[in-house]
Design a protein around this ligand. Sequence first.
Ligand SMILES: [Fe+2]
Ligand SMILES: [Fe+2]
Length: 291
Amino acid sequence: MQSFEQRAKELLQSLEGLPTVPDVMLKVNREIGSPSATARSLAAIIRNDPSLVAAVLRAANSPIYRGRYAETTSIQNAVARLGFKEVGRIVTSVSLIRTFEGLGSGIDHKAFWYHSVTTGIATGIFRRYSTRKQEMETIEAESAFVAGLLHDIGILLMDQYFPEELALVKSTASKLHIPLAQAERAALDTDHGRIGAMLLRRWSIPEEVVSAVAWHHDPDLAPPEHRRIAQIVHLADFICVNQAIGDTGEGLYEGFSEGAWHDLGLSVSDVESMLEEVRTEADRSEVIATV
Ligand SMILES: [Fe+2]
Ligand SMILES: [Fe+2]
């Protein structure tokens, strides 16, 4: 009999109208990476997209970003106020959130993206606290952020295209008090990480992002060349679940990989300050996730 993974692969390959990587997101990030980028040049790209204009203005005028500044209606001022890095995160998040808007009506999207954006931002915190500096430099901050942002999209895909299977594994997980990914592996021989990765593989995004999404629940099994980024996403996800930041409907969690903690050279003495930073970033990501 055909495996569920094979069935999912064939269905996802045959579907028309599946989300595609947003063009404006690529344009903005390309511009941010260019040495000639200015608030004006970024504003010029964002200006063509009304919903991004609204998102960037709302973020810049939200209490957490606004600070002592007066309210602004200028997209260029908003970009200058937020800074390129933050604009990149907002544009990436909002474009991807919008891309998946129509998928998974059984999922609370607001809670889903609050969890996902915070996980994306938390990857930066783990990168920074890791003592394996040389290894961390080989991982693009943007790749880790996007992997964190998209790590659970397999749940949206399953809710949309395999609602019966998802309902079944969810009820098994809650009956047996086991994590969702474990119930998925037992019943379907795959998990939502690998289902999400199938879609991302169709996008021309770096393989390290695809791998990190695929292995976020089993980071130590990721291919060696992408293991560190998978471990970062795994720990970032764990800390958000542990702190009850958002909810993707996964319920219980299996704890975290000690191998990941060890391989990243993290220190127990840093846990308190890392948690503090995650909580601060969660406030920002709540703004981003709801714009
Ligand atoms: Fe997950
Ligand atoms: Fe998650």
